[in-house]
Ligand binder design. Structure first.
Ligand code: SAH
Length: 211
């Protein structure tokens, strides 16, 4: 990542409201070009989503920044991400959290993410192929959960796997319509819901693809 590219990306993050110094530093440490194919390498530092394998996308950097900022990850946290893609968001989380688990329904993408994380020497991420709507009961509870595909409602198993005092950021809404990014916080007596901003994500899809 050249200093010009770093500067360009950091400027677009700031102009979109990503101001948390820890988030900006974590994003500076993760070269987005490593998560896209050769074809799109020249556009890796533009603030746009880009196509990756099996018809999926790598998220827009400013949206990754805003979601990470809203998640307010603490250094001792155990974090679950749903929707690994090629592993860009989870690489950023790995610099902020103690441990990251990330679940992806396309086996082909899990493999790519594993390779990317290994190449970067990131050793606190576990990549799993599965239907992330069910979470990861064997590793629960989680301090933070980040869902990077849109659900009609926050999935029940994910709510149940949140630690009391923990929070989840998830885009909610029917695909192709306006979705709203929401933050759910688990309290001793239930859940608090905050609306953050409108977003557009691919839908959360059921089942696993062994591609
Ligand atoms: N977080 C990624 C972007 C993910 S795009 C990044 O850092 O760039 C959304 C991803 O969610 C896609 O890869 C899609 O295959 C995956 N996905 C959709 N439904 C899922 C489900 N039920 N379980 C796990 N992954 C799912």
């Amino acid at each position: 990542m050249t200093p010009e590219n770093t500067m360009r990306l950091q400027l677009s993050l700031r102009s979109r409201g990503v101001t948390d110094a820890r988030v900006l530093t974590a994003m500076e440490l993760v070269d987005r070009a490593l998560f896209v194919t050769e074809t799109f390498a020249a556009r890796a530092y533009d603030d746009v989503p880009l196509p990756v394998a099996v018809g999926q996308t790598i998220s827009q950097p400013s949206v990754v920044g805003l979601m990470t900022q809203a998640l307010d990850v603490q250094p001792r946290d155990k974090v679950l991400e749903v929707g690994t893609g090629t592993g860009y968001q989870s690489a950023i989380l790995s610099h902020l959290a103690r441990r990251v688990y990330t679940v992806e329904r396309h086996r082909a993408l899990t493999r790519i993410a594993q390779r990317n994380h290994q190449a970067m020497g990131l050793s606190n991420i576990t990549q799993i192929t599965g239907d992330g709507s069910f979470g990861l009961p064997e590793q629960a509870p989680f301090d933070r959960i980040l869902v990077t595909a849109a659900a009609e409602d926050p999935p029940g198993p994910l709510l149940a796997q949140l630690r009391i005092g923990g929070s989840m950021v998830v885009p909610v809404g029917v695909s192709d319509h306006i979705q709203m990014l929401i933050k759910v916080t688990r309290t001793p007596d239930g859940y608090d819901y905050d609306e953050l901003s409108p977003v557009r994500f691919v839908p959360l899809v059921e089942g696993v693809e062994h591609d």
